[in-house]
Design a protein around this ligand. Structure first.
Ligand SMILES: NC(=O)c1ccc[n+]([C@@H]2O[C@H](COP(=O)([O-])OP(=O)(O)OC[C@H]3O[C@@H](n4cnc5c(N)ncnc54)[C@H](O)[C@@H]3O)[C@@H](O)[C@H]2O)c1
Length: 407
C-alpha cells in the first residue's frame, strides 16, 4: 500500500527544462534524487544549471553555501535504469511523445521495485495509455508540474482510471511537502489548466485576426490583472512548440489562428529564447518590446483569411478571453474532471498568473453574477456560434440563482 511516509527516494527521468526544475523541488525538500537521461551531456548541463540557480539563491541570502552544496550532493545521475531499482517514486519528464513514454514506462516497470509509484509530467497525453505499458496501472498517475518547475506553485495530480486512492493520497501529500499547491485533476486532454488555456488562447488569437494587436491583447489582460498577457506567455513558452507538433502531425498550415505563429517560426522567431517572437528582446533581457512588424504581419495574415480589421475594445478582449475560461471550467466540472470550482481557481491562480484578488475564473464569474455571465455567453453564442455554447452546469446554476464557489 502506497503512503506518503513510504516515499523516501525519488527518481527523475529527463534532464531538460522540466526535469531540472522537478529535481530541484525534491532535493529542496530533502529527498535524495537519482536522475536519469539517455544523454549524459544533458545531465551534466542540468547539474551546472541547478548549481547556478543555487548560487543565485546564496547570493540573495536565501540559504548558505553549505546548504547549496548539500542540495547538489543529494543528486546522483545515471544512464542506467538498474540504478532506479530502489526508488519509491519516479517522475518521467522526457519529450512529449506517447511511444517514447510507453517505452520508458515499460522499462521502468521492469527495473523499479514493485511498490514504486510511476508518474508522468505529460502536458496532454493520456495517462491510461501510458499506464497500459506497465503491469502496475494502479500505481501510475500524472504529476504535472509547471514551468519553471522549481518556481511555479501549481502541481496537477492527475488520476488515471486505474490509479489507486492511496497512490493519489500519497502524491497529493508529497506535492504539499515539496511546497506545491497540489490539485487533483482528471485525465482529460490538457487536464484542468491546459484544457481551459486552449479556449483562452483561441480567443486571444481570434481578436488579433479581427483587428487587435498582440500588444493590445496583453495590455487588456494585464489590465484585468493577469500576471502576463497571453502573447508574452507564448514568447516565454516558445512559439515553435505548437508549430513543430503541427508539422509532426502533418497538419500543414492549420487554422488561420495559427498562421501568424507559422510565419514567425518560419523566420526563426520562436520567442524569448531566440530574442524575437511576437515581441523583440534585447540581448540578455526578458523585457518585451512591441514590434510593429509583428502587427503588420498579423494584419496580412488576417486579410488573407478574409477578415476586415475593426477596433476591438479592451473590454471585449477581456470578456471573451476570461469567459472562455469560465465556460470551459464549468464544462470540466460538469464532466467531473475537477473536484470543485475552488480547485479550478487554484489551478489558475498558482499556474497561470490569474489575479489572486479576483479569486480565480470561477470566483470571478460568481462575482459578476452567473445570470449576467450566462447572458453574455448566450449573446456571444448568437453572434459567433458553437464555441460559445454555454456549459450545462452554468445554465443550471444561473437559472437557479446559484454560484460555482462557496460564498
Ligand atoms: N516545457 C514546459 O513548459 C512544460 C511544462 C509542463 C509539462 N511539460 C512536459 O514535460 C515533459 C518534458 O518537457 P521538457 O520541456 O522538459 O523537454 P526537454 O526537451 O527540455 O527535455 C527532454 C529530456 O528528455 C531526455 N530524453 C529523451 N529521450 C529519453 C529517453 N529515452 N530516456 C531518458 N531521457 C530521455 C532528453 O535528453 C532531454 O534531456 C514533456 O512531456 C512536456 O510536455 C513541459
Amino acid at each position: 500500500m502506497a503512503s506518503f511516509e513510504g516515499i523516501k527516494r525519488v527518481g527523475v527521468i529527463g534532464a531538460g527544462t522540466m526535469g531540472r526544475g522537478i529535481v530541484m523541488n525534491f532535493v529542496n525538500a530533502g529527498y535524495p534524487v537519482t536522475w536519469l537521461d539517455v544523454n549524459a551531456e544533458m545531465l551534466e548541463k542540468g547539474l551546472v544549471d541547478i548549481a547556478s540557480v543555487y548560487k543565485r539563491s546564496v547570493a540573495q541570502e536565501r540559504f548558505d553555501d553549505a546548504e547549496a552544496q548539500a542540495r547538489v550532493a543529494r543528486i546522483s545521475t545515471t544512464q542506467n535504469y538498474a540504478d532506479l531499482a530502489e526508488m519509491d517514486l519516479v517522475v518521467e519528464a522526457v519529450y512529449e511523445n506517447m511511444d517514447l513514454k510507453k517505452k520508458i514506462f515499460a522499462e521502468l516497470d521492469k527495473a523499479v521495485q514493485a511498490s514504486a509509484i510511476l508518474a508522468t509530467n505529460t502536458s496532454y497525453l493520456d495517462i491510461d495509455e501510458i499506464a497500459s505499458a506497465t503491469q502496475r496501472p494502479t500505481q501510475v498517475l500524472g504529476l504535472h508540474f509547471f514551468s519553471p518547475a522549481h518556481i511555479m506553485k501549481l502541481l496537477e495530480v492527475v488520476r488515471g482510471k486505474a490509479t489507486a486512492q492511496d497512490v493519489m493520497d500519497a502524491c497529493l501529500a508529497v506535492g504539499t511537502k515539496i511546497g506545491k499547491e497540489a490539485v487533483l485533476a482528471g485525465n482529460c486532454h490538457g487536464f484542468i489548466g491546459n484544457r481551459m488555456l486552449e479556449k483562452y488562447s483561441r480567443q486571444s488569437r481570434e481578436v488579433v485576426l479581427e483587428g487587435s494587436t498582440p500588444w493590445e491583447v496583453d495590455q487588456a489582460l494585464q489590465g484585468f490583472g493577469m500576471a502576463m498577457g497571453p502573447y508574452r506567455m507564448y514568447d516565454v513558452v516558445g512559439i515553435d512548440l505548437g508549430w513543430r507538433s503541427r508539422e509532426l502531425a502533418g497538419l500543414g498550415r492549420g487554422e488561420p489562428i495559427v498562421w501568424l505563429d507559422n510565419k514567425l517560426c518560419e523566420m526563426e522567431r520562436f520567442g524569448q529564447k531566440s530574442g524575437h517572437g511576437f515581441y523583440k528582446y534585447e540581448q540578455g533581457s526578458r523585457q518585451a518590446i512591441q514590434d510593429p512588424e509583428t502587427d503588420m504581419m498579423a494584419r496580412e495574415v488576417a486579410e488573407e483569411a478574409g477578415y476586415t480589421a475593426r477596433d476591438v475594445p479592451a473590454e471585449e478582449i477581456v470578456t471573451r478571453c476570461i469567459l472562455a475560461l469560465v465556460n470551459e471550467g464549468a464544462r470540466i466540472l460538469d464532466e467531473g474532471y475537477a473536484e470543485s470550482a475552488e480547485d479550478i481557481d487554484r489551478v489558475y491562480r498558482f499556474g497561470y498568473g490569474f489575479p489572486a484578488e479576483r479569486g480565480g475564473p470561477m470566483a470571478y464569474a460568481d462575482s459578476l453574477g452567473l445570470d449576467k455571465v450566462l447572458a453574455e455567453i448566450r449573446t456571444l453564442e448568437a453572434e459567433r456560434g458553437e464555441f460559445w455554447k454555454p456549459a450545462a452546469g452554468l445554465v443550471k446554476l444561473a437559472e437557479a440563482g446559484g454560484r460555482f464557489t462557496k460564498a
